[in-house]
Design a protein around this ligand. Sequence first.
Ligand code: ATP
Ligand code: MG
Length: 491
Amino acid sequence: MPALTELQQNAVGELLRVAPVAVELGQRFAAAGHALHLVGGSVRDALLGRLGEDLDFTTGARPEQVQVVLEGWAEATWDTGIAFGTVGAQRRGFRIEITTYRAEAYDRSSRNPVVSYGDSLSDDLARRDFAVNAMAVALPDWKAPDAFVDPYGGMDDLAAERLRTPGRPEDSFGDDPLRMLRAARFASQLGFAVLPEVVAAMAAMADRLEIVSVERIADELAKLLLGAHPRAGLELLVDTGLAAHVLPELPALRLEIDEHHQHKDVYDHTLQVLERAIALEQDGPDLVLRLAALLHDIGKPRTRRKEPQGGVSFHHHEVVGASMARRRLKALRFPKDVVAAVTLLTELHLRFHGYGVAGGKGAGQPGTSAWTDSAVRRYVTDAGDELDRLHKLVRSDCTTRNRRRAAALAAAYDDLEARIARLSEQEELGRIRPDLTGDDIMALLGVAPGPVVGRAYTHLRELRMEHGPLPRDQAEAALRAWAQEQGLPLP
Ligand code: ATP
Ligand code: MG
């Protein structure tokens, strides 16, 4: 928990860093007779020592007046948010957004506020989502004793690492239900606790999320997942019932554990896999990997069967799960490449379990591999660009508490990766192509470009996959044999 003095030191450091731009801007506003404050997330992040290059300001000036003040100072401006009172500008590497005080009345049947401008900073701060986001610093004289404005105890909340709304949470969430998701998102990003009365309001009002657009929901979900503590954010969504409106497949993983404890709780397993996958990330938060970890077992509830000899099975849950993942991510309008990658990873996450010893269950005895080279090649080509993530997902998927079994599975996966490396070196596995080119095929069969060439190419690629590279004469012989089988005349 950071001490207050540490927060203050953070803020001073960050304000000194941005002062050359912020003070200059404050002077221009003051000269034009308008107040200007650094506000919201920017003040919060300055106190946390993680203010980036995005600076948010609030002012009493109307957008057209803001544009006048910026003239001759900003290197560029944009007005895409002007209908909501925001003017954007760029100056010395900072992205600046200046928003006129807001005091909107909400139409409670849709999230779109009826934009109306306010006259005071305090009204503006009162309509912000959380106390930690409702602080402001006056400019240009940010060192003045009264420059720091914190009407709702945001600083104390930062020090205590907690989230609460400036007013009654029911009123705040009634005005804008998206704020409930923002609470879970900040719980993940900041690792803060959400106050019990705020959690209670989220649970009571979860249904109100229905008026929020799917784009905004997906945006918050992605930010939550990319945060430092996604488990906290996800558990909050599930515990409050918000998840039912965002990602219903997640709460559905809480299967009742059968009396013999034959299988682990899939929900808890999923959260563990997510955390294990995050620990394997190398270049910062990876949305595709995190989504795949979260969704890899969503086919389990639908495929669960009680076996006559006792026990439970989830046959083909990876196939069912892959199509469920595709449907959900599409509905949330995630980009096509994200949907495709997560779907593929879900579908492939189980294949490794046939590795090791025939029969599957015995995976993990290196040296007794039942996978042929052809199976290894297929694993690599099927995973394509996602191979690296597939390695991470499969390794994370092992959450058994049985140490010997865990060590055996890890060793088996090491063995598989070593074989992939060896085979790739021999064959450049990443780019499996048939041994003959399209031109070779046309010349050898005496055909013009057309469907026959495509079919022959596919056939040769299959052979290549099955047997590895073939010498030229054998590849030609294989092509002729295929042509004969197909009843094609040979030249
Ligand atoms: P980030 O930029 O990392 O997403 P942020 O806190 O800056 O986090 P923004 O969406 O950029 O979030 O919003 C800037 C500020 O505007 C917030 O800090 C908060 O004060 C206010 N705000 C944003 N969205 C809402 C909302 N739905 N309800 C109330 N206040 C909001
Ligand atoms: Mg922001």
